[in-house]
Design a protein around this ligand. Sequence first.
Ligand code: DHB
Length: 510
Amino acid sequence: GLTGLALSVPVLSGCGRGPTRGHTLRFDTEAFEELTDTIATAGGDRSVTYRFYRAIPYVAKPVDVACQSLNISVPVAIDAVPVDASRAPILFANSVGGYLPSSTVKATGVGAGGMTGMPGMGAMPPGDPPPDAMAQVGSGGNAMISRAGRMVNNARLALAAGNVVVEPGARGRTLRNDEGAYYGVAPAAIVDLKAAVRYLRANRHKVPGNMDRIVSSGTSAGGALSALLGASADDTLYDEALAAVGAADASDAVFAAAAWCPITDLDHADMAYEWNWGDNPLATGGLVDPLESAQLAGAFAGYQASLGLHGEGVAALTAETLGPYLVESYLQPAADRYLASLPAAERATYLFTHSFIRYVDRRSGFSWADFRAHVGARRKSLPAFDAFDLSAPENNLFGLGKTKARHFTTYSLRKASGDPTAVLDADLPRTLEQMNPMPFLLEGNRARAKHWWLRVGTRDTDTSLSVLANLAAVAAARGDDVDAAMYWDAGHGANEDADDFIAWISRIAD
Ligand code: DHB
């Protein structure tokens, strides 16, 4: 789920329709190759020997078998010490980015083909890629960006810690068949991920690992899908679509859901974006239309109030309280962790250059407005997700049939059409619900994941920071175990505590 990274990564495999023969959904325990990989961990390099099961179709009636397949990696020895992963937790690591098609069928090992070792995979170039860069790639892989600007890969780290790793592909928004129909638009990707989990459970006596300890993970669009997988578990809303692809008859519930910078709650993302970044200048200079920005931010206030959420021991989370709440619960702690990690001289320099932090007297710490000014330019124009000209990736995500892109918010539809009474296409409310984790959490879906790991960088202006805070707050309100935090000054795709995440898997799975 990493648009920036994708620029420098060779495309391992686009999807594209394979032969449309049926598949048995029976896991062949002998169909593996044994590989040995050196994986760099915080504790030093680990030599990991593992069984690699590649390109296993997970639906009986695939429409695109290159996407609707998964890889399984099972550790058998770590630094020559045998490991038994038959009851180990399973990291279910999707590699979706940009809501694009993803495939791992051509990967030559865990973590999307050992991408970490490839030439040209050094530090990320500063700044974000152009918005359309994500349209050029087919697979984000499972690599992310550490604080030091190096690549980290949850899938590889999880394997080196003795976990089973499953890497599913999924259909994505750009796929088109011979008739010109878009067959990977919403809700295809979540249907596929659910089908992949169902495949694992249907083969629970053959696939190694503990099916009661599946931990889903993903970044950005993949983070959105991971959260959605956790929230919407076993809901009947997907039954028809699952039947259509021939998904196995089993539960798609996961034990835990981890999401980095999830691009989710899309129906309200334009409002949330203007509430958060509305006053920030565009990267190109200039401001968005202040009236439109105020209209959307105003609508966000209504939405936020409707959620009925509370912070930890705090008053209601409204459009007014949410900013100070973000500072108190996420931003100041993130700044503190960052500053504490710096050598004294660098800390002094940082504080001198960013005097708004006033670290020596924390109680007079920074305001929500100070913080937004610190971040500076917003990455997206207005509306951030449902573009008036239908050019946003999300317009394509909500395409249908031969229609590549559609409006999915009433606001943009009415503005763009000039018709103040226009209504969304009749199929959209249901599709939007299928793509949004919030309603499932608000209604307290009993089969949902009960453990949540949520992370985003404070400089990530791909979406509003309220998206992550609301996800965390609603899961906590349902009584779930929530580990939510932000990375100070980090951008889109950051993963600055990968080792903590791997330790978290072991802890919750115990
Ligand atoms: C991603 C980023 C976006 O800004 C967006 O709108 C959708 C997806 C991504 O990186 O996956």
